[in-house]
Design a binder for this molecule. Sequence first.
Ligand code: DHE
Length: 534
Amino acid sequence: WSGVAKLLLAAGLVWMGHGLARAAGPEASAAPASGPVPVAALFQQHCAACHGEQRTGGMGPALLPESLERLRPAQAQQVIAQGRPATQMPAFGQTLSAREIEALSTWIRQPVSPAPTWSEADIRASRLEVAGARDLPDRPVWSADPMNLFVVVEGGDHHVSLVDGDRFEPIHRFASRYALHGGPKFTPEGRYVFFGSRDGWITKYDLWNLTVVAEVRAGLNMRNVAVSGDGKWVMAANYLPRNLALFDADLKLVKSFDAATLDGKSASRVSAVYDAAPRKSFVVAMKDIPEVWEISYDPKAEPIHDGYVHDYPMGEAIAKPGYLGARRTLLDEPLDDFFFDQGYRNVLGATRAKDDDTPTAQVVNLDIRKKIAELPIAGMPHLGSGITFGWQGTTVLASPNLKDGRIDVIDMKTWRTVTTITTPGPGFFMRSHEASRYAWTDSMMSPTARDTLTIIDKQTLQPVASVREPGRTLAHIEFTRDGRHALASLWEMDGALIVYDARTFQEVRRLPMSKPVGKYNVWNKITRSEGTSH
Ligand code: DHE
């Protein structure tokens, strides 16, 4: 996603950069002004205790090229010099010279040699369990509708808030792992939620008893987690190492899967894993190899017959069990960023391999394991944040676009674009609800329109209104269980959760929050509402 990275940097959306308060440079220390800086020794002396001798993280985050891709060099230097407010990261501006800080910020971007590893034994050894947390009562200790609860991820100071979706009042707030990414995933009854951090930590949290239950580090650089529709399995997608890790619901490792081609010659970063509940399987997007994987958690799954698509030799793979085995669909090029139809028969993925400027979308039918359609698509679609809704007797998909203020609306029967809606600028997220006539989208990638949410009529496919927070960033919407309110993020360190009436678009409530990157309604998630991400 190099093109995506450039866009994110241009828009200032760098997750490692949260919390930078002042712009002053480091103060010089008495260190010599020339000659080589003993940077490895400096790291061991000042940084290794928290960030790990191999830079794989500890109390502080991992400092590996893979995890620093989106941190600007100047910001890295600021963090080293000034520390990070509300965290354990101290300021080194008085201890280290500007040259030393610059050298350190460059050095941490070099690959660690030998490359850090994270084995199954490391995963198992990392697991933590809170004593007694598994035996707590089977009902909430708070009084609110547990189905209309909002889980809000506050990226500014790495916390999570739980908000009553009827009264719009906070219920609880707790510290999360550093830099959560992707939507938290819920068990089917809505009691437990799983969070994934960029550094590879998965946290299982009991929403009813307000406690962490268990944690495990699945990888060194992780993309996201998925929870099976039956709540029994958790899968993690990793960039580093290049694999998938499968856990039971207590976060005990069951097995890992190397993300490699069948001949073992090419390994891939794993872009993301998705739960396809109606199929009883996980579907996996690969960054570097032209394959889509499906890993069934149905004990009755058919045996795997890897050889029948394209050219893999038949005999060898036929006998593999289908249950918890990786079934591959071979493609012509890698597909990234998936969107599924509501039945999970077809997956739409974007191709970015050739040229970031001219992506196409491909539709793969997961039953026949073949590409069935290809369509040009505007800008750089962010399919993961797309929604579906009924329109003129068919179902359409609309997805935000990271590059342009254009939203393609695609007919999911013919896979043709029915219209392109213009917004004030490129955006990241789009949301609606079955009970609402409107879809809401942001323009947070636009320097001039990042303060605007555009409200689109799902019948006319026209923008009908907008709400603004002048000069500030507004993004990520989620509806209440009944669809009557839309909650948006004032995406600033001194930000807020803003509750709008979903019919009049008037603000009804504002709760202060620290960069609330995303919010998730329990009911909409566990019922897989068509207006939200799953
Ligand atoms: Fe995300 C979800 C990929 C950058 C915030 N993001 C997802 C998902 C994927 C994805 C595949 C869906 C998985 C899931 O929810 O389990 N994100 C990517 C990228 O490839 C990209 C563009 C580059 C990267 O560095 O990974 C990227 N994402 C960002 C950000 O910069 C954001 C805005 C801030 C941040 O905290 O990192 C960001 N991504 C989010 C959020 C979700 C998400 C809040 C969940 C949305 C939801 O409502 O479900």
